[in-house]
Write a protein that binds this ligand. Structure first.
Ligand code: CA
Length: 236
């Protein structure tokens, strides 16, 4: 049974959501503060407790914002994150990349919709793990990258990247054939389950996030090339 971490201070929202998630067979761990969420996730990351399969994260928390929680979380984990947002400005920030969210729903939402999004995030994460477990046929070293499929992890100039599931799948695809130009459509396909409504623009947003992480790992490097009107490739 998958455990989900729900971070939401508004009980009128948290309770019906927990009820629905539990009815659908999930274990739900509910906390109301951003710091408590980070402590819980840190404990899980250091193997003291079982890590949650996904995090449902409210943006407006009483202590630190959901954005800050996600930013810090990405320093040590690529657990899928579904944001609960209240306003349009929040959505722009969620999809904007320094943050590393995997998906979002806007309030007011039906608990059913959240269940559907969570299932989709978990399916994507499972696919990534399955592929990681399968013997690799792709080239694993397109220096300066190292792809560790068993751990679903990619290192850049020796630095492990804290990628979201979507970013991992995108970079893994580009790494499979350095130099090849992938269209946005092909990349959406590779990252399966990307929020379909946001389509091709979502790819640009995820690529932007990926670039920011690569630059953070190794300043002044940008191995991803943009081909105007076509798509993206990785420097051969
Ligand atoms: Ca709130």
């Amino acid at each position: 049974m998958s455990t989900l971490l729900l971070v939401e201070d508004d009980l009128a929202i948290a309770q019906p959501l927990m009820f629905m998630l539990q009815r659908e067979g999930f274990n739900v761990l509910h906390v109301t503060l951003g710091r408590t969420a980070l402590e819980t996730l840190q404990a899980a990351a250091t193997a003291q407790t079982t890590p949650p399969a996904a995090v449902i994260l409210d943006v407006g928390l009483p202590d630190i914002t959901g954005f800050e929680v996600c930013r810090q979380l990405r320093g040590f984990s690529s657990v899928p994150v579904l944001f609960l947002t209240a306003q349009a400005e929040e959505i722009d920030r969620v999809m904007g990349l320094e943050i590393g969210a995997d998906d979002y729903v806007t309030k007011p939402f039906s608990p059913r919709e959240v269940v559907a999004r969570i299932r989709s995030l978990l399916r994507r994460a499972a696919l990534t793990v399955q592929q990681a477990a399968a013997p690799s046929t792709a080239s694993t070293a397109a220096r300066p990258f190292e792809l560790d499929e068993a751990r679903a992890q990619i290192r850049f100039h020796g630095q492990a990247l804290a990628l979201t599931v979507t970013e991992y799948r995108l970079l893994r695809t580009l790494l499979g054939q350095p130099g090849r130009v992938f269209t946005r459509e092909q990349l959406i396909d590779a990252a399966r389950g990307l929020n379909v409504g946001s389509g091709e623009r979502a790819i640009d947003t995820h690529v932007k996030g990926l670039r920011a992480k690569l630059a953070a790992a190794h300043p002044a490097s940008d191995p991803i090339r943009t081909h105007r009107g076509l798509g993206y490739s990785l420097e051969p």
